[in-house]
Design a binder for this molecule. Structure first.
Ligand code: C5P
Length: 218
């Protein structure tokens, strides 16, 4: 690898996406949202009529959809079999089904292969749940972002155009519980990661902290 890899992990709504995109934009790096890949896989399963709680059916379908991820931090894109699913993957149906789909090892193996292909020679910011631990354990900079559940729910509800904060918090906590207790590549703070609790910081303050860490290793 010739370029740098910056790995950002953390629970839903911790500020990973805005931080990752901001850091990639300011440093002129590519950006990969691995959550969007799991969401796209889930969208494909729902389209195919697969019961997302039937692990054998999910496993059998895991190699079928063709996923293409665009890596521009200012305009990230994701296509499944040529269909732009950028908006559809943010809907309630996918959000409610993505965590069970993401527990299935065959899904993770398939997406891991695609993620490593995209990371390639580096110069990329990668966000997810298992980037510093599994996908790119050799990343030059690893961050683990957290925030209070109430702050995370408030941010996410705002992003979703004013959905109910209490319902959003319940949905976030349900996903966190599945994501951090699953057997395959659970959400965890990776070895060597810097923990930032973003609750009390603005987005720009978090981006500045990450950029300082990147500059320290260059
Ligand atoms: O980041 P985002 O909230 O869009 O991720 C959606 C879901 O995808 C997570 O709740 C998790 O179940 C799954 N995911 C994962 N591993 C990753 C990224 C996301 O299991 N690296």
């Amino acid at each position: 690898r010739t370029g740098i890899v910056i790995a950002l992990d953390g629970p839903s709504g911790s500020g990973k996406s805005s931080t990752s995109r901001g850091v990639a934009t300011r440093l002129g790096l590519r950006y990969l949202d691995t959550g969007a890949m799991f969401r796209a896989m889930t969208w494909a399963m729902l389209e195919a009529g697969i019961d997302v709680h039937d692990a054998a059916a999910v496993a059998a379908y895991a190699t079928t959809p063709q996923l293409v991820s665009g890596t521009d931090p200012q305009a990230p894109t994701i296509h499944v079999d040529g269909v732009d699913v950028g908006e559809a993957i943010r809907g309630e149906a996918v959000t409610g089904a993505v965590s069970p789909v993401s527990t299935v090892p065959e899904v993770r193996t398939r997406l891991l292969e695609l993620q490593r292909e995209i990371i390639g020679d580096g110069d990329i910011v990668v966000e997810g749940r298992d980037i510093g631990s599994v996908v790119a354990p050799d990343a030059e900079v690893k961050l683990y972002l957290t925030a209070d559940a109430a702050a995370r729910a408030a941010r996410r509800a705002l992003e979703e155009g004013g959905s109910d904060v209490a319902a959003t918090e319940a949905s976030l906590l349900a996903r966190d519980a599945i994501d951090s207790t699953r057997k395959a590549a659970p959400l965890t703070m990776p070895d060597g990661a810097t923990h930032i609790d973003t609750t009390a910081y603005t987005l720009d303050q978090v981006i500045d902290q990450v950029i300082a860490l990147v500059q320290a290793v260059q």
